[in-house]
Design a protein around this ligand. Structure first.
Ligand SMILES: NC(=O)c1ccc[n+]([C@@H]2O[C@H](COP(=O)([O-])OP(=O)(O)OC[C@H]3O[C@@H](n4cnc5c(N)ncnc54)[C@H](OP(=O)(O)O)[C@@H]3O)[C@@H](O)[C@H]2O)c1
Length: 241
C-alpha cells in the first residue's frame, strides 16, 4: 500500500509503541486517529506531530462508545485504510497472586476491545473495495510463556488465533491481517510487574519503522505473522525475550 494520504486508526497512541506508530505514520503523510484514554498525553502528541494526528479520548473496553465513534466518524465515503490494534495491558503474576480485576482488565482490553473496534470497522471496509491492512500487536508471550504469564499469555495466544482466522476470512476482501509478536520493548508496560527497562530491549521506533515497511509491501504480498526478538540478552540478567 502507498500509505501517503491514507487514514489510520492507532489504538494506545498515548504512549510507548502506539506513540511511535503515530510518529512514523504521520511522517509518511498518513492521517492518524490516535485512540487512548489519557487525553492530556494525546494532546501533547498532537502538539508534537501536528494536525494530521487526531486525538480521540476513548476507553476501548466500552463497546457502545466505540460503535458510536466509528459510526459518526467513518462512512462509505470516508473509510479508514489501516487499523493498528496496539492498546494492551499486562500484569505478570502467579495464578494465586493475580486479582480478578487484573484478569478482567487484560481480557477486556487485549481481546474484547480489539473485537469491538475491529468488528465496527471491517464492515465499512468490506463494502468499499480498496487496499486495507489490520495490524494486531501480540507478544512473544503469545508464542511462548513464562511461569507468571498465564493470564497475559491467554490473551496474546488468543489474539494470535483471532488474527490467523481473520486473515483467512478477510483476504478475499483485499484486507490484509498481520499479527506482530514483539519480545521485550523499551516502554513502561511491565513496570508494575517489576520488569525494568534495559538497553538490550527492542526500541519502539524500530518496531514502528518495521510495521510501516510491512504496510508498504506490494498489494499481493501478505505478511500474516512476524515475531521480533532483541538480539542481545538482558545485560543484568543474561536472558531476554
Ligand atoms: N512493552 C513490552 O515489552 C511489550 C512486549 C510485547 C508486546 N507488547 C504489546 O505492545 C502493546 C503496546 O504496549 P506498550 O509497551 O507501548 O505499553 P504502554 O506504553 O503501557 O501503552 C499501552 C497503551 O494502551 C492504552 N490503553 C490501555 N488500556 C486502554 C483502554 N482500556 N482504552 C484505551 N487505551 C488503552 C494506553 O493508553 P491510556 O492509558 O491513555 O488509555 C497506552 O497508550 C501492548 O498490546 C502490549 O501487550 C509490549
Amino acid at each position: 500500500m502507498n500509505v501517503n494520504q491514507k487514514i489510520a486508526l492507532v489504538t494506545g497512541a498515548s504512549s510507548g509503541l502506539g506513540a511511535a506508530f503515530a510518529d512514523a505514520l504521520v511522517a509518511k503523510g498518513v492521517i492518524v486517529y490516535g485512540l487512548a484514554r489519557n487525553m492530556e498525553k494525546l494532546q501533547a502528541i498532537r502538539q508534537a506531530l501536528g494536525n494530521t494526528f487526531i486525538p480521540i479520548g476513548i476507553d476501548l473496553t466500552d463497546q457502545k462508545s466505540i460503535n458510536q465513534w466509528v459510526n459518526k466518524t467513518f462512512s462509505d465515503s470516508y473509510v479508514p485504510n489501516i487499523l493498528i490494534n496496539n492498546a494492551g495491558t499486562g500484569y505478570l503474576k502467579r495464578i494465586d497472586e493475580l486479582s480478578l480485576e487484573h484478569w478482567h482488565e487484560m481480557i477486556n482490553t487485549n481481546l474484547s476491545g480489539i473485537f469491538y473496534l475491529t468488528s465496527s470497522v471491517v464492515p465499512i471496509m468490506k463494502r468499499n473495495w480498496n487496499a486495507y491492512h489490520l495490524i494486531n500487536i501480540g507478544s512473544i508471550l503469545g508464542k511462548t510463556t513464562r511461569a507468571d504469564s498465564a493470564a497475559y499469555s491467554a490473551t496474546k495466544y488468543g489474539l494470535q488465533g483471532f488474527s490467523e482466522a481473520l486473515f483467512k476470512e478477510l483476504r478475499s476482501f483485499n484486507i490484509k491481517v498481520t499479527c506482530v509478536n514483539p519480545g521485550s520493548i523499551d516502554t513502561h508496560f511491565f513496570e508494575d510487574s517489576g520488569i525494568q527497562s534495559h538497553s538490550a530491549m527492542l526500541q519502539p521506533k524500530d518496531i514502528a519503522e518495521l510495521v510501516v515497511h510491512i504496510l508498504e509491501t506490494p498489494d499481493n504480498l501478505l505478511v500474516d505473522e512476524i515475531t521480533l526478538r532483541p538480539l542481545h540478552p538482558n545485560p543484568t540478567k543474561g536472558n531476554s525475550r
